[in-house]
Write a protein that binds this ligand. Structure first.
Ligand code: SAM
Length: 290
């Protein structure tokens, strides 16, 4: 099996293959071809993946590559790759390495000069983002939050004023406390969305302000089951703060060097079109910070 990257290499290629996150029809035709064609499949859980292989009639041997053995067993897969065998890496669901094992193997393979070939497909965070209706031009993926409340709140505090859309994975038994902590840290009104059981029978996407979302989940134990992704809108400066652009502040500061605050704010307002009171307040804030 060759790709343009691996065309003339005597080495095997490592294919990083995405598998479905629920609906088996989401596997790609290319993924099936590659899983059939490689010499070995490195799987997070061989028993779990055996069922997937059986469903698609794939007889390729499976070998375990999970977070506990990945560093040690990496050598075994590397040896096969160096000997010219193609290997596919899969996880239990979705895209390997995305909150799943595979990082060490991919790193080792690249360091050894092996072609590492992505075979894209399902990924829960991307599926959720694509349907959330929250800004998707810039986002950050925070993976799983710490399991204990103090650690979780600490991590949320770190991203409280992050302007990009925030995406989290969460286990069902912690989803309620997670949403309640988000409400406490980000505020009642911050828009959020819970994407649960994506591509499965009970798929649910519910978007509303955090306080309402936490109350909705608390009131319905069905919403505390299954797999979930939480998306939270990025932080927005309170109205007014954003209106004073860097350029308006530059004009204001030039004038402040020459005249009293009140006059400088009035003149800067005329020049920049920003409201006089906003500029006056911004100058006072700035003085406080010095
Ligand atoms: N590698 C996977 C991916 O590409 O999304 C993620 C693996 S991570 C161990 C599992 C977490 O992904 C779950 O706890 C949940 O947060 C999220 N997830 C996976 N499948 C999902 C689904 N069908 N619906 C919602 N969230 C899902």
């Amino acid at each position: 099996m060759t790709t343009s990257a691996a065309a003339n290499s005597p080495l095997g290629s490592l294919y990083v293959v995405a598998t479905p996150i629920g609906n088996l029809d989401d596997i790609s035709a290319r993924a099936l071809t590659i899983l059939r064609g490689v010499a070995l499949i490195a799987a997070e859980d061989t028993r779990h993946s055996a069922r997937l292989m059986q469903h698609f009639g794939i007889g390729t041997p499976l070998a375990a590559c999970h977070e506990h053995n990945e560093r040690d067993q990496g050598g075994r897969f590397l040896a096969r790759l160096l000997a010219g065998d193609d290997v596919a890496l899969i996880s239990d669901a979705g895209t390997p390495l995305i909150s799943d094992p595979g990082y060490h193997l991919v790193r080792q393979a690249r360091a050894a000069g092996i072609a590492v070939v992505p075979v894209p497909g399902a990924c829960a965070l991307i599926a959720a983002l694509s349907a959330a209706g929250l800004p998707s031009d810039r986002f950050i993926f925070e993976g799983f939050l710490p399991a204990k409340a103090a650690g979780r709140r600490g991590r949320l505090e770190q991203v409280k004023e992050e302007p990009r859309t925030l995406i989290f994975y969460e286990a069902p038994h912690r989803i309620l406390e997670c949403l309640q902590d988000m409400q406490a840290v980000f505020g009642d009104e911050r828009p959020a969305l819970l994407a649960r059981e994506l591509t499965k029978t009970f798929e649910t996407l519910k978007g509303m302000p955090l306080a309402e979302l936490a109350a909705w989940v608390a009131a319905d134990s069905n919403q505390q089951r299954g797999e979930c992704v939480v998306l939270v809108a990025g932080w927005q400066a309170p109205e007014g703060e954003e209106a004073v652009s860097a350029e308006a502040m530059r004009v204001l500061n030039l004038l402040l060097a020459e005249m009293p605050l009140k006059r400088a704010a009035a003149l800067a307002a005329e020049i920049t079109g920003v409201r006089k009171n906003l500029l006056y307040q911004a100058a006072l804030e700035q003085q406080k910070d010095v």
